[in-house]
Ligand binder design. Structure first.
Ligand SMILES: [Zn+2]
Length: 441
């Protein structure tokens, strides 16, 4: 069908080419994706672009000029939302020839652009991509001061999967995974930030793409205590549904360990500044191997434990596809020292779950469940020097005849404080239920 239309179109072009210089290509649309450390601009093209470019940095305004050969333009550049600190203006200019189009980026800095064509995929057609490195949006995410470190909050790095040019999975009614998971991630960050013991760091704050390794390194830079990558699952048939939680597989861990041992600079970072660059003798490489493997074993075991807690909580608000943590070899789960998990919040390919994932109420419930799981993990295994360690809550297993008011009296706290801490909606307790008892107010 498409080919047939193209056939007709080229026929039309041939007919009119005598009068008008023919354009064999068209800029259909322009999309701008600012990220904290770069801006990506995507030109959606009707066909594979032929292009050349140059920069003008010896006078102001700094400019990147791109010439599209044999190309016309459907998009109105004044309507394109340009929200990057790097790009002052996006405009056209007098083309080299009648059949070409010249696009000018007015830049606020001299940057080293990467300009390349991307072939069509399932979601997009032919594209020309312009990557501009440099700070493009105001930075978010906290830095820890010395006083905060005394009784520091546990930092949870929340990574909303995909973004920008990568929509992730797409639901039957057109819902993009990247949008849903960003909403859940933001909700989770808000809940975490309201907790005096924790703070959230959003790895991706808006609609832009980050490489997997960049996501992990960002979490390492803020010294995150946990890394949560938030996703929605998809399958080729609409039936499967439910959430799951994935942790680093042993095989991936071994590969990653091998790669780390090759990369001295990164190894030293992961080991907390231990200088391994100078040492080349066997005993010190054995030492770094041991340290790394201990760190990884710890991160993996912690990740598994925390994943179990998160699943327990998620089961209360959504169907689970898998009720045990799953091992996976995923690029985003490679941190050697941060317990890392990938949470599939449900199947976006299932029509019912797609609608659930779109609902604000369900997003909030999922976020709260993940939060409760994380909290339960850190209450049980508080890292030294954290608020969790110094304000350790008692754990209480409910026995026959005990009520919230009895427990509140015994522990010198209030019914509401216990309810809030444990996310309880009713006053009914079950025998065997495990409660966290907050210290006296
Ligand atoms: Zn995903």
């Amino acid at each position: 069908m498409k080919q047939w239309i193209l056939g007709i179109m080229s026929l039309v072009v041939v007919v009119y080419s005598a009068a008008v210089q023919a354009n064999s290509n068209t800029i259909e649309n322009v999309r701008v994706w600012p990220a904290p450390d770069n801006t990506r601009v995507v030109f959606d093209m009707a066909a594979t672009p032929e292009f050349s470019y140059f920069t003008i940095y010896d006078n102001l305004p700094y400019r990147l000029v791109i010439d599209f050969e044999n190309t016309g333009r459907k998009v109105d550049l004044t309507k394109v939302k340009v929200d990057s600190l790097l790009i002052r203006k996006l405009r056209t200019s007098t083309p080299k020839s009648k059949s070409s189009t010249r696009i000018v980026f007015e830049l606020s800095e001299k940057v080293d652009p990467q300009v390349f064509a991307l072939a069509a995929n399932d979601t997009y057609g032919e594209r020309l991509v312009v990557d501009l490195p440099g700070r493009s949006i105001e930075r978010t995410g906290p830095a820890l001061s010395a006083s905060q470190l005394q009784e520091r909050k546990v930092t949870i790095a929340i990574d909303a999967g995909h973004g920008g040019d990568d929509p992730g999975s797409i639901g039957p009614s057109g819902t993009y995974e990247k949008n849903v998971v960003l909403k859940i991630s933001r909700a989770l960050a808000d809940i975490i930030n309201a907790d005096p013991a924790m703070q959230a760091y959003l790895v991706r704050t808006d609609d832009y793409y980050l490489k997997h390794l960049t996501r992990v390194r960002k979490a390492e830079q803020v010294k995150a205590d946990m890394f949560l990558s938030i996703h929605a699952d998809a399958f080729t048939s609409p039936q499967p549904r439910g959430g799951s939680v994935w942790v680093l597989s042993n095989r991936r861990a071994n590969n990653e360990m091998g790669r780390l041992l090759e990369n001295k600079e990164r190894l030293s970072e992961v080991l907390g500044g231990v200088d391994v660059s100078a040492s080349s003798d066997d005993s010190s490489s054995y030492l770094s191997e041991t340290l790394i493997s201990m760190s990884m074993d710890h991160a993996m075991a912690s990740g598994y434990e925390a994943a179990t807690e998160i699943i327990d909580e998620m089961e209360r608000v959504t169907k689970m596809h898998k009720t045990k943590p799953q091992h996976a070899s995923l690029a985003v789960l490679t941190s050697a020292n941060i317990p890392s998990m990938l949470v599939e919040t449900g199947f976006i390919s299932n029509p019912t779950e797609e609608q659930l994932l779109l609902s604000n109420k369900h997003q909030q419930q999922l976020a709260r469940a993940i939060y409760q799981g994380v909290r339960r993990y850190f209450t049980r295994k508080p890292p030294d020097g954290t608020y969790f360690a110094t304000n350790r809550a008692a754990r209480h297993v409910v026995k026959s005849g005990e009520s919230l008011s009895v427990l509140a009296q015994r522990y010198n706290t209030s019914v509401n404080a216990i309810k809030e801490r444990n996310n309880l909606r009713s006053n009914v307790l079950k025998i065997g239920q495990v409660l966290e008892i907050p210290s006296a107010p």
